[in-house]
Design a protein around this ligand. Structure first.
Ligand code: ASP
Length: 332
């Protein structure tokens, strides 16, 4: 082997080793538990502590999985399941109810490495809708399944199903009945509080996955589908640019194509993801009258939050291990 060939081979080896090393980069995770009129006067110290504890628990769990080398897909699923199982959030157990006083759940997941995506909408028996969204992505030829068809698919795969009563909590029943009473007197206020959950993770291979799960909006019409299961509205991921999960008034988020617009603005306008998120959430949505917020990650594992409401339940651990847990607008 000539000295030149040897040196070239050595350089190639060094680059390969370095790129492996840079690829096996630091991991990051960001989560939300909904945005809305969340102010200290609507909280008790105990309730606030419960939210902060579960946001910490969920984000730390996802982060520790990522640290162990688990994929961003599995990390977001496991993180979201903690929040779907908690009655504190509007997803899974504790989801808000339709005008028929039933839970109808929506969820989606998107993988940034190949833009694969899966979603389910208006399911009424799936214990953890995020698992079914993932199954649609990985085990069907489709991107979205709804209602009965989604449930038949779950049955075929043996995904856990429960009676609709499992999702219903006294607090949500009270909430929907109050909303219906207001409706009957023609006082239709803007929806007061959301509680959708979402997670975006960056794994050690540089793959970003974003996912969102929700019960939708209190007193929604039977059959209504929001932005959470709509790829590009409530959820979007592309390894080159971003991962985004949204929460807020879904009708606006669908029309504004929020999650995709944030990624597209950042890429096409060559602006930071935070600036792009602020343009969409603070300017575009506000001009339309759409309340809510987003969480996002950059490919370098920077944590992004943007919301135009009084609060957003949120937590993040960035690529440098910096931790944030917040509820109100004036934190961080
Ligand atoms: N975006 C959800 C929906 O409209 C609600 C929420 O985020 O709380 O269904």
């Amino acid at each position: 082997m000539s000295k030149y060939t040897f040196t070239k081979a050595l350089t190639a080896l060094t680059i390969a080793a370095l790129s492996c090393w840079t690829q096996a980069s630091e991991v990051a995770i960001v989560i939300h538990g909904g945005a809305g009129t969340i102010t200290p006067d609507k909280m008790t110290p105990e309730l606030e502590k419960s939210y902060r504890d579960i946001l910490t628990k969920a984000s730390e769990h996802g982060y520790s999985l990522l640290k162990q080398g688990v994929s961003s897909e599995q990390a977001v699923i496991e993180t979201i399941k903690i929040m779907e199982d908690s009655p504190l959030f509007n997803a899974g157990h504790g989801a808000v109810l339709t005008n028929q006083e039933k839970a109808e759940l929506d969820a989606s997941i998107m993988r940034g490495s190949d833009l694969a995506a899966g979603a389910v909408a208006a399911v009424t028996t799936i214990k953890n809708p995020i698992e079914l969204a993932y199954a649609v992505m990985t085990q069907s030829e489709h991107v979205m399944l709804v209602g009965k068809g989604a449930e038949v698919f779950a049955e075929e795969l043996g995904i856990e199903q429960v009676d609709n009563d499992y999702f219903i909590t006294p607090r949500r029943l009270e909430q929907v009945r109050a909303a219906k009473a207001r409706e009957a007197t023609a006082m239709i206020p803007k929806p007061e509080k959301y509680g959708t959950v979402g997670a975006v993770a960056l794994d050690a291979s540089g793959n970003i996955t974003a996912a969102t799960s929700t019960g939708g909006m209190t007193n929604k019409r039977y059959g209504r589908v929001g932005d959470a299961p709509i790829i590009a509205a409530g959820t979007y991921a592309d390894n080159a640019v971003c991962g985004v999960s949204a929460t807020g008034h879904g009708e606006y988020f669908i029309r504004a194509a929020v999650a995709h617009d944030i990624c597209a603005r950042s890429l096409y306008k060559d602006i930071s993801l935070q600036a792009a998120a602020n343009q969409v959430v603070q300017d575009k949505l506000v001009a339309m009258g759409g309340d809510g917020g987003i969480i996002a990650l950059t490919p370098r594992g920077e944590v992004i939050f943007s919301f135009n409401t009084a609060g957003m339940y949120r937590a993040g651990i960035d690529a440098e291990g910096r931790r944030t847990v917040g509820i109100y607008a004036d934190e961080d």
